[in-house]
Design a protein. Structure first.
Length: 148
């Protein structure tokens, strides 16, 4: 069973230009809802004990909205980098939350993964499991709003 989920939410979102000047990517709204909440909905299905948001850019927005909140019986914790550490550094910064059966997820990607099935996979100790997805996008229509 997956106990902890670490979610990368600290990127600058530079490729989105003015959209992320004041708003971090995971807070951009799609259909009147912050993108991060679509991810939460999928992950809550496996009932993790903790969801750890690995924060950097605009971290105060994450802390204000989610830090120490309990949603669907999962405690949300924000772990902030004092300076940009990159992906591996961000994980190292949150190493105390990495235990057996920890899922690591990107806060700017919504993948069609059956988390319930993934949660049932029995792995031996000291095994790293990685899920890679190949998709073909033919047309994407995005309706966004900025969360203030």
């Amino acid at each position: 069973m997956i106990k902890n989920v670490l979610i990368f939410v600290g990127g600058y979102g530079k490729r989105l230009g003015h959209l992320t000047k004041k708003t971090p990517k995971p807070f951009l709204k799609f259909n009147q809802k912050p993108f991060i909440e679509f991810i939460f909905e999928k992950i809550f299905k496996i009932k993790p004990k903790k969801m750890i948001l690995l924060c950097r850019y605009k971290n105060k927005q994450f802390i204000k909205k989610y830090h120490n909140c309990i949603i669907n019986d999962s405690k949300i914790i924000c772990v902030t980098e004092k300076r940009p550490l990159g992906t591996a550094g961000s994980l190292y910064n949150a190493k105390k939350y990495i235990q057996n059966n920890t899922l690591v997820y990107n806060g700017d990607s919504l993948l069609d993964i059956n988390f319930e099935t993934l949660n049932k996979i029995k792995l031996k100790n000291n095994i790293l499991f990685m899920c890679l997805v190949k998709i073909k996008i033919t047309k994407v229509i995005i309706n966004y709003q900025i969360l203030i």
